[in-house]
Design a protein around this ligand. Sequence first.
Ligand code: NAD
Ligand code: ZN
Length: 375
Amino acid sequence: MTNPEIVKVNLSRQKPDFSYEIVIGRDLFPQIADYLKSANLASKYAIITDTNVQKHLHPARLYSALNQKGLESEVFVFEAGEENKTVATWDRISNDIARAGFGRDSSIIALGGGVVGDLAGFIAATFDRGVPYIQVPTTVLAQADSSVGGKVAVDTPHGKNRRGAFYHPKRVFIDIDTLRTLPYAEYANGLAETVKHAIIEDRDYLFYIQENLNLIDSRDPEIFLELAKANCSIKANIVEQDPNEKGPRRKLNYGHTVGHAIEKLSDYKIHHGHAVSIGMMVAARISRNLEYMESKEIAMQEKLLRNLGLPVNIPKEMTADEIIKQTLTDKKAAKGKARYCLPKEVGTMLSFNGQYVTEVPEEVVRSALQETGAD
Ligand SMILES: NC(=O)c1ccc[n+]([C@@H]2O[C@H](COP(=O)([O-])OP(=O)(O)OC[C@H]3O[C@@H](n4cnc5c(N)ncnc54)[C@H](O)[C@@H]3O)[C@@H](O)[C@H]2O)c1
Ligand SMILES: [Zn+2]
């Protein structure tokens, strides 16, 4: 028998540099057009957005800013809502774009909240095997978190974000003025990830948010500019250390094991940030029950979440058993067991040999869930 032949595809010298800039400011649409014109990303731009963002005319304004610079674009819209962040919507919009004559020389603009960003980013990652895209986040959540880091995905019946990729945008434009049309409840929804950043990485940031509650409450654009800057710096720093989520990047999943389960069990009626807020309370209590975290640290987190109008209790109708069952579908689960990111104190996460996640005995999870209001 002859030995099999081996042909090697040697990519070791290829070092793609996926670095990109996050531009944070006000009234940025003309600058987006200037950037696209000079970067010459594509011959045509597909602006992907949802029905609510469209209703407030942001896509029309962006279309006209591009048009003024002689750039060709077309707007593609899907029905707003997490329940539409699906393979079916990915397929439909991809087909619409293809049918409109877009090819490999085109580029995608994700204009909207995290749902648009995740879905449009996944379309960009897969359309004709990948076309460049930019993120233009329009919610507090997307400006704090989802538009940065290159995680793109859609949900499946088996769980959240179960089809996706790591695919970085060419640039992110955070235009604070797009928040002007955001419903009040969506502000709180986005602030949960802001609190998460403070807990996982920056104790002083928690005090800063606490001290600026009045400005946050009055939706002052300047404070949201400062928050976007701080959030993006924290997230960028973590992503730089660990782009493909093998270690420290897992910290960003704080509150998300139970958060995702609650989102799914509520049929996405409880929004992401609200679910993560409750999930952080459960994870903090797990950490205390394992004797890692002190009660006074949990109290600091709870006070800030409450002050920001975020929920801290599990809805009455949910049982600990169904939440535990749902957590097994989480992407972080390994060998059939859910894993948790746990804080040591406000500003520092537990490392677990650099993994930043750990399995937790079921009875410890159950008692933390019950303390947080589950049946
Ligand atoms: N990729 C990541 O790293 C990452 C990180 C965190 C969250 N996420 C994902 O982000 C999603 C949640 O994002 P979200 O909270 O932004 O949800 P979303 O995109 O559904 O936006 C919330 C609501 O606000 C509306 N909206 C958006 N911008 C608006 C504006 N300027 N004016 C008026 N209405 C506007 C939307 O239509 C929607 O009804 C989840 O799917 C979550 O999984 C991803
Ligand atoms: Zn999140």
